[in-house]
Design a protein around this ligand. Structure first.
Ligand SMILES: *Cc1c(COP(=O)(O)O)cnc(C)c1O
Length: 250
């Protein structure tokens, strides 16, 4: 087995183990392989060993790599492209054109710009962009994400989150798919678990407040903390280094 294959199998086993520990079905957890900074060859190698969900965090990289991968594998490869990074408003068009799922919807301006483009490029009627609201639950990750640091006690925060969710759900071209959270850096496992648990409760509260028929998905957990995220209910984990090794840049 190649290193990549070994790492992939290790991650799959870890997912299975922690899902079972939590009485969850491992099939309910989507492994998003984060290929940011890695070349197209790495994506093709990952595809060859079975990975199908890929995550990028820069619009230019997604825009560059997706057509190259499609040229190599054809349009029916079964790959799902996830955009996981915070977006600047000037980068919304490539994401509306090339992403299948968006994990980091953190403000209305971005939602509006994406929606406008998704109408223009025709996707709003055929395949809208499922989006996760990025919520800042821990408070430690600084800027990005809607403020949810005290959502349990703050009616103001809850109203803002709900309003954001309802606005996104009503915008043409976007569907409200879930909630995304980042854990605090280098915190104790108990602290990280608490942030993940509070995020799950927030997603449950929001789905109920909005009267949604289906539960909201939960994008949380990266290389250092995805077992904790699975234990707390993550449906999408975003894993880079555990699969591909250390990145050379950003
Ligand atoms: C880079 C990145 C990841 C993956 O991080 P690893 O530590 O390599 O697993 C996950 N989510 C986001 C938003 C990222 O930017």
């Amino acid at each position: 087995m190649t290193t990549l294959e070994t790492r992939y199998h290790d991650v799959l086993q870890t997912i299975q183990h922690h899902a079972q520990q939590a009485n969850r079905n491992p099939d309910d957890i989507t492994l998003v392989a984060v290929t940011k900074t890695w070349p197209v060859e790495t994506i093709l190698a990952a595809y060859a060993v079975g990975m199908r969900h890929f995550g990028e965090n820069r619009a230019e990289e997604l825009e560059e790599k997706r057509p190259q991968v499609e040229a190599a594998l054809g349009p029916d490869s079964g790959i799902v492209w996830h955009f996981i990074g915070t977006l600047q408003s000037r980068q919304t068009n490539p994401v509306a054109d090339h992403a299948d799922v968006f994990h980091a919807l953190d403000r209305l301006k971005i939602a509006n710009r994406l929606s406008k483009r998704l109408v223009e490029n025709g996707r709003s009627s055929t395949h809208p962009l499922p989006s996760f609201l990025e919520l800042n639950v821990s408070g430690e990750m600084s800027k990005s994400g809607v403020n949810a640091t005290d959502w349990e006690n703050s009616a103001t925060q809850r109203a803002e989150i709900r309003n954001f969710g309802e606005t996104v759900a009503a915008l043409p071209g976007l569907t409200l798919h879930g909630v995304m959270t980042m854990a605090p850096w280098e915190a104790e496992p108990a602290v990280i678990s608490t942030v993940f648990r509070r995020s799950r409760l927030l997603a449950e509260w929001l789905a109920e407040a909005m009267g949604l028929e289906r539960p909201l998905a939960l994008s949380m957990g990266m290389t250092d903390d995805y077992p904790l995220a699975i234990a707390e209910g993550a449906t999408h984990i975003r894993v880079g280094r555990a699969l591909f090794g250390e990145r050379q840049t950003h």
